[in-house]
Design a protein around this ligand. Structure first.
Ligand code: KIV
Length: 275
């Protein structure tokens, strides 16, 4: 079944949890789609897990379009959501609309995600008006790392919790079809989830959200630079990869690879004539 913003809304009504994973390339997207994940987010986390930056701030529109197009080519049923990178929407409503349009036209995204609450409501409204679905993102929004003074849980004080609730209401009112709650205390995320009519997708926000999202390299144990507390490892793929790389090196060095089964043959008389 094709997942759309409509099926996301229906899932909230029916109490069905939505599953979202990040992907950045064709073959990974294809595997996730085959597994039946509801949405694939081409996150700007690609800056860290694919490009080796220390945060998401250097990711460009060109990076996002390039990776979104690859994911879209590998996806049939999952909803493809592309992150709007830093400074592609904060500068003006016009820039937001233009760049959201590029992610759909050139990257073949089916929705875009941007970070922020009330301060980006005008951008959300304009993008939605152009018939591009928007997923909002509040709480620990990584593009604000320098204003937060690091990657810190948000909404722990009364003022901060109230601001988070107000921001979640503001993005819903602006027309977002869903909102990511990142790095938020579980009880606050549960309260916001009950308060909103649009689905909440949690990451580090406890079990009370309408769905969950994880960065796939984190959940598969492929990325060890930094492991947040909320990440559960569903595999040790990084270890398996290193073991496979080592075995390949050993077999190349000792001559056991490539063997006959992995080589091509030709008629001996052709070779004889050459000799
Ligand atoms: O960039 C990203 O991968 C994200 C998710 C972690 C929500 O924004």
């Amino acid at each position: 079944m094709k997942n759309t913003v409509v099926t996301f809304a229906q899932a909230k009504e029916q109490g069905i949890k939505q599953t979202v994973l990040t992907a950045y390339d064709y073959s990974t997207a294809k595997l996730m789609d085959e597994a039946g994940v509801n949405a694939i987010l081409v996150g700007d986390s690609l800056g860290m897990v694919c490009l080796g930056y220390e945060d998401t701030l250097s990711v460009t529109m060109e990076d996002m379009i390039h990776h979104t197009a690859a994911v879209a080519r590998g996806t049939k049923n999952a909803l493809v959501i592309a992150d709007m990178p830093f400074m592609s929407y904060q500068t003006s409503v016009y820039d937001a609309l233009l760049n959201a349009g590029r992610l759909v036209k050139e990257g073949r995204a089916q929705a875009v995600k941007l970070e922020g609450g009330a301060e980006v409501a005008d951008q959300i409204r304009a993008i939605m008006k152009a018939s591009i679905p928007v997923m909002a993102h509040v709480g620990l929004t990584p593009q604000s790392v320098h204003t937060f003074g690091g990657f810190k849980v948000q909404g722990r004080t009364e003022t901060a919790a109230q601001k988070l609730l107000d921001d979640a209401r503001a993005v819903q009112e602006a027309g977002a079809f869903a909102v990511v709650l990142e790095g938020v205390p579980a009880k606050l995320a549960e309260m916001i989830t009950k308060e909103l009519t649009i689905p909440t997708i949690g990451i580090g926000a406890g079990p009370g959200c309408d769905g969950q999202v994880l960065v796939y390299q984190d959940m598969l144990g492929m990325f060890s630079d930094f492991t947040p507390k909320f990440v559960k490892r569903y595999g040790a793929i990084g270890e398996s990869m290193v073991a496979a790389f080592k075995q390949y090196m050993e077999e190349v060095q000792n001559g056991s690879f490539p063997d006959e089964a992995h080589s091509f043959t030709m008629d001996d008389d052709v070779l004889d004539k050459l000799y």
